[in-house]
Design a protein. Sequence first.
Length: 684
Amino acid sequence: MTLDEKLTLLEGHAGFPFRGQKTPEGAIGSAGFVPGVARLGIPSLQETDAGLGITDPENVRPGDAAVALPSALSLASAWDETEAEAWGGMLGREAASRGFNVLLGPGLDLARDPRGGRNFEYGMEDPLLAGQLAGAVIRGIQQSPVIAVGKHFALNDQESGRQVLDARIGEAAARESDWLAFEIALEQGKPGAVMCAYNRVNGPYACENPFLLNQVLKADWHYPGFVLSDWGAVHGTGAAAAGLDQESAAEFDAQPFFSPGALRGALAGGALTPARIDDMATRIVGAIAAAGLLDPQLHVAPEPARDLEIARRAAAAGAVLLRNQGAALPLPKALKRVLVVGGEADAGVLAGGGSSLVKPVGGFARVVAQSGPGPAAFHDAFFDPPSPLSRIAAKLPGASVTFDDGRYPARAAAGARAADAVIVFATQWSGEMTDIPDLALPGGQDATIEAVAAANPRTIVVLETGGPVSMPWRDRVAAIVEAWYPGSGGADAIADLLFGDADFAGRLPVTFPAALAQLPSPDLPGQYLPQGTPFVVDYGEGANIGYRWFSARRETPLYPFGFGLSYTRFALSGLAVQGGHALALSFDVRNAGARRGVAVAEAYLTRRPGGPALRLIGWARRDLAPGETAHVTIAANPRLLADYDAAAHRWIRAAGEYRVAVGAASDDAALTGQARLEAATAPP
Ligand code: GLC
């Protein structure tokens, strides 16, 4: 490659009209575009968002609708690597069939705060669950000739002040939490690229942070791919020497810092070396080659029906049954009068906002305008068709199924009194660039739920939220379903679950707090500071995110990490724990109920020689017929048994006794055991 050809690969562009710039020549029209090198058969990079389906920013591809997957909280709630790989496979096909060869996902940041505006895109508070599921999604994406991108490295765990905040955390804590999620996902998925985050990490911006990029990612983890910036996350040409390989969407930055002219200037001035330019280009071309993009491309045919089925299955597998008093669910199909209330359920299901928003097949069912910065996708509430109302009615031919929008509690209550059952939908919008103000359901929905529940004890609440919410009415309703943002297959999945044509298999991937006061930061740092005001976010809780924090503080959440009910019930027995060099658990899971169901048995470390430490170390998911027993073996992930020693630059596992628990949630020690392990150390 000539120097010019190498430099061409280092500067990306917005793939849609932006600040007066037209869609670049050769760009399909999407989030980003990087010209290729035709002389050498290196294709342009056609970059699309992202983790929940193929987006169409600013409607740059009119008429191109896509299947909207449910939120990553659904994916996470399924605790199912096979499902996650199918999810990724769908994303890869949907991207490749449109000509895209870079998929800007999955999101890997941890849900450190339940108010995080992009928790619906990330989904998890635990590094092992996040790393293994994201690794599976990446494997799925890259089954097509598409480069997957793990994002946003690192600690982009809130939206407030994301472009100016400085995330402060100890190295050991970071390596045992946020960075561990990336490390596992990179090991298991091998994404061609990593996107560095907007925020600072212990001082330097993530996209010009030599420790984060050159030391941790490239030296310690031997990452062979390339680092591309987030859109508008580059602050100088010096980022190249600090480990950034490609500037995305240069039009979003104060100036094109990686333009050929700027890079030639840095070379001439000695701030950049020819060897580093070669390294940057080699990483990019290497990822292009690894994705098979240098080979003749077989056309990837679109399969919308298959993809819609994956979306429906994911929505069903990812819904979590939180309460089912007196087996109120499944609802009988003999019901004659059902009232459906609220949540725009007569139109569709809620989607999250921002760059991940998919323009769904059939078009948006409804848009509820809300105030906020940026394009409408970043603040309006968009609803995906079909409507839950239509799918519920389809389950009850001949019955009276009516709808009340829920805006007047008294009117909804009046309708509830005349119904055999009431299904109340409640929504909480969240989206990129803003965090959720608090955990209370907005817009008077709590009052409507209270009024309906007082009028009819057979009240079922279906939540469409971007994360945990408070539920003051919890003990006064019959059943509660957390459906997250359920996507194009959501209405069908919800109806199937409510009427028992599918079983609940979801287990919470995030802790539902009982109160904000229980959190490490009851006030979300910087949430109401004037735009652009720099501030520090001190992650003093370190690696104790979510359930780990609640356990260390002996706090009782509203619902614990890992919790979820089923239409059947399971019994665990016969735990055997094997130690020595590695830790392995084996036990039996039996379906003790009268109908088929999915069991998720979760294995946790509870204590190691250094003291108590609750950490997910593995899990097993089994679909069991009534009375069926599965014998399960879980090999504990060794990094979760060790502590990182920053001074020694190694993982260190002390010799001694390691105690474990297996159960149906992070606070359920149905089986306990222990084993002795030898001392061990490992490089980072
Ligand atoms: C956004 C997001 C990132 C997305 C990119 C392109 O600001 O942070 O996740 O992939 O820009 O749309």
